[in-house]
Write a protein that binds this ligand. Structure first.
Ligand SMILES: Nc1nc2c(c(=O)[nH]1)N[C@H]1C(S)=C(S)[C@@H](COP(=O)(O)O)O[C@H]1N2
Ligand SMILES: [Mo]
Length: 263
């Protein structure tokens, strides 16, 4: 029979104040070195990682784009056309409407020659006059327009819901595609929109501002009003609309802005 061995426990040594300080210094510096090293390593990794494949969005590191695309997916999953942006009484709408850049919409416009061109994914091309568009049921919208540059303003727009336009002209099959691209007649400014945002019930092909035809600098005769997106996507002076399964080109995404640009 074995006797249970009595471990001879050493009595725990009391540390002196100096030893305690040394010990804490050691812990802090090691933590600092380890975390600092990890941060530096992470930065080097990102810095040396390849650039994204050039395309519709461009310029960032591939891992950053992957993260952005994941974030976009997360937001697209919670996006619902049942969620409406906040609206306001007309009395709250600005009389002096803010104006921003006019890329692709600053040249003279021949109103008689203007047409809305619609390119279906099948290759079929359609054309509409402003009167055809105005003959559809009108929707009025007073909402807070938001520019990425940091201003917002309550504005009063009128036009036809893009989804009403689609339904009226038999374009329903086109909503099965992933994207809508819109461009100015001179192709100087262009935006890409995910289909769910494009067919959101508050997305308008607008032809009125404060109950008057849209003035020249705000996108005469027809502009996009898409309240679920920042101002950059609200293209002034629409010339062409394309339906497609590929991300359409987008003026500001090419400059490094977020392609989705949702609110
Ligand atoms: N054709 C065209 N549309 C455009 C722009 C532009 O430069 N050209 N700028 C966008 C931006 S950044 C904003 S904030 C709004 C501004 O519209 P507004 O000038 O009517 O205020 O238009 C958007 N649509
Ligand atoms: Mo903007």
């Amino acid at each position: 029979m074995k006797k249970p061995v009595q471990k001879n426990k050493k009595p725990k040594k009391e540390l002196t104040i100096d030893q305690k300080i040394n010990r804490r210094n050691f812990i802090s510096f090691t933590t600092f070195a380890v975390l600092g090293g990890a941060a530096f390593g992470g930065w080097r990794w990102l810095y040396n990682s390849p650039l994204e494949t050039p395309g519709i969005t461009a310029g960032t590191r591939a891992p950053l784009r992957r993260a952005l695309n994941k974030t976009e997916l997360a937001f697209r999953r919670i996006f619902s056309n049942n969620n409406l942006v906040k609206t306001y009484p007309k009395s709250m709408a600005a009389k002096n409407v803010r104006h921003n850049t006019d890329i692709g919409s600053d040249s003279k416009i021949d109103m008689d020659a203007w047409r809305l061109n619609v390119n279906k994914s099948t290759g079929e091309k359609l054309q509409f006059t402003i009167d055809q568009i105005k003959s559809l049921p009108k929707t009025e919208l007073v909402f807070s327009f938001k520019c990425v540059e940091g201003w917002d303003q309550i504005q009063y727009w009128g036009g036809v819901k893009f989804i009403d336009f689609i339904n009226h002209f038999g374009l329903q099959d086109q909503t099965q595609l992933g994207y809508v691209g819109m461009e100015t007649p001179d192709k100087g400014y262009y935006v890409g929109l995910d289909m769910s945002s494009a067919i959101h019930p508050q997305t308008l092909l607008a032809y009125e501002l404060n109950a008057e035809p849209i003035p020249f600098k705000h996108g005469q005769p027809l502009r996009l009003i898409i309240p679920v997106k920042y101002g950059i996507k609200n293209l002034k002076r629409i010339g062409t609309i394309n339906f497609s399964n590929q991300r359409p080109r987008d003026y500001w995404a090419e400059e490094g802005y977020d392609y989705y640009s949702g609110l």
